[in-house]
Design a protein around this ligand. Sequence first.
Ligand code: NAD
Length: 423
Amino acid sequence: MSVETDKSYNPYQEVLKILDLAAEKLKLSKNDYEALRYSERELRVSIPVEMDDGSIKVFTGYRVQHSSSRGPCKGGVRFSPEVDLDEVRALAAWMTLKCALVNIPFGGAKGGVHCNPAVLSERELRSLTRRYTAMISPIIGPEIDIPAPDVNTDAKIMSWIMDTYSMIKGYNNPAVVTGKPLLLEGCLGRGEATGRGVMLTIVNLYKKLGQPLAGQTVAIQGFGKVGNAAARLLQEKGCKITAVSDASSGIYQEQGLDVDQLIKYVNAKGNLLKDYQEEGVKHINNQELLTMKADILIPAAIENQITEDIARKTQARIIVEGANGPTTSAADMILEEKGILAIPDILANAGGVVVSYFEWVQNKESFKWQEAEVKEKLAVIMEEAFAEVWKVYQDYQVSPRIAAYMIALQRTAETKKLRGVFP
Ligand code: NAD
């Protein structure tokens, strides 16, 4: 019951469109950012897996490194039947821009395996992860490229990546991957970090708007790692979470859903909100969720959800992107015309990569920070990045998305200029 998506949609072309607009505003010459229009390295791998029934199935995986100008490449790994090279390319480029925007010393990368993890047994999933890791192991590493969780991947899968890479190297390499369990040198607060970043972005926005956040109604598409943490933390701030959805269905309750109960339900049953039954809870589809009346809409599922059609119909006042690339560039223009404030992905969902950076730093130092320190440092970075975007948004009279891209592009282009073109 997901939103109808346009088959001609190409996420990488979407990245290039916004990049060109930001370059134009910054008056950059083509030479200043030409290299950023291409991935540095793209690896496609075949992953044979012995299935439980004894048959061999071959999956296709990717690892794309968009830019290493500002540091080792960084980005999650996605397991999904939608994964293709253009999607992974776009996600890698967004990582470069995101890391530059929040000013952490990483470049951008992303990985993906074309598969449906919902139909794989745990053993099949483990074999798939281990073989994928072995196949991309020549181009990953703590100083080269550091994977992390994304759609349909979690701390357990990160453990298998860490173990496989460590077995190949012959010694423990926790810093090769972030988002690990605490026992394997994960970072306190990493699980909720992206959702916390979304919440902090909204807090920072409401401070700028001079409006109280308590009592605001929130609709969230995607009730996974990002969506459910954002829901819980916004509810703690006094917001009313009136609707949430997953790939199966959406649910709505005017007086606000019981988020803690929903998280327990999803943890036990998986992405099956279609079967959730509770008095006063109405079932809706994803299109209804995206177009319903709400103060804040948080797309936190996948790309290409706020299309032109949805943008025309949406009744939200503010959109804060938990997902990567949920809004098309054409939809963006409609939102702007309607006066809907859209806070872009590369700012709003940066909390995850910021805490991944903290995890990597701790792993490299073999040191553990307290959770309070993680939360405090994350809040400082998110506030600084928000303030920078807000200033460019106001000074240049551009959308928050163009403002965020302008800062990220300028930072990355300047770094590239200082380093020069090799050889
Ligand atoms: P997840 O797998 O934990 O959850 C994804 C959720 O989206 C699930 O509820 C799933 O059912 C739902 N969903 C999937 N396809 C859908 C569809 N077509 N329509 C409606 N719902 C759908 O993934 P996640 O880690 O929460 O990631 C969600 C988004 O946030 C992705 O765009 C991801 O790239 C982005 N993101 C994640 C992180 C992170 O740290 N996990 C960091 C930054 C950005």
